[in-house]
Design a protein around this ligand. Structure first.
Ligand code: RP5
Length: 185
């Protein structure tokens, strides 16, 4: 498969099998119980032709693995890390403290407190250590943000994002049209 070039000469369709490309995005999560919430991020990256890797890294249960993952991430060629966690959700913040890469945090709704605990744990970072936090359980937006970040230096993905936005606009227009013909029933 070809790597996307910075002059945008390769379209997403021409990229080939993303499994043959080195991952640009790392999707990590604190537990396998986060997987159903985080899977849409992987699906969207696949749709955009962005090579990614996905694994479990827990700030509390596997701290050494977290250090190793975060410290080696940029040397391994990753450009963005998406980190999902629930409850005392320290994973995104700790990873952001260990890597110069942009980190996107996904607050995962747990069994109690409706995910507000996760949201607050992830969003309330101290000045100097940013985590771009998306809405509770919104792994889709984490992936879309990752595509935009990578797209800033890779026109192939920027064009794919513009197309995605256009498709979304057309989808809403069609819904409005349908509802107008049925008298909003
Ligand atoms: C966090 O604790 C994980 O990110 C998960 O959301 C939460 C609960 O984990 P399990 O007890 O389900 O493994 O570390």
């Amino acid at each position: 498969a070809q790597q996307p070039s910075s002059n945008g000469s390769v379209s997403v369709e021409e990229l080939g099998d993303i499994r043959d490309m080195s991952p640009l995005v790392g999707i990590i999560m604190g537990s396998d119980s986060d997987l159903p919430t985080m899977r849409p991020a992987a699906q969207l990256l696949e749709q955009f032709g962005v090579p990614f890797e996905l694994t479990i890294v827990s700030a509390h249960r596997t701290p050494d693995r977290m250090f190793e993952y975060a410290r080696s991430a940029h040397e391994r060629g990753l450009k963005v890390i998406i980190a999902g966690a629930g409850g005392a959700a320290h994973l995104p913040g700790m990873v952001a403290a260990l890597t110069p890469l942009p980190v996107i945090g996904v607050p995962v709704k747990g069994r109690c407190l409706d995910g507000v605990d996760s949201l607050h744990s992830i969003v309330q970072m101290p000045r100097g250590v940013p985590v771009a936090t998306v809405a509770i359980n919104n792994a889709d937006n984490a992936a879309l943000l990752a595509v935009r970040i990578i797209g800033a230096s890779c026109p192939t993905y920027l064009e794919a994002m513009s197309q995605y936005m256009e498709d979304m606009r057309v989808g809403v227009e069609k819904k409005i049209e349908r509802l107008e013909t049925t008298g909003w029933k």
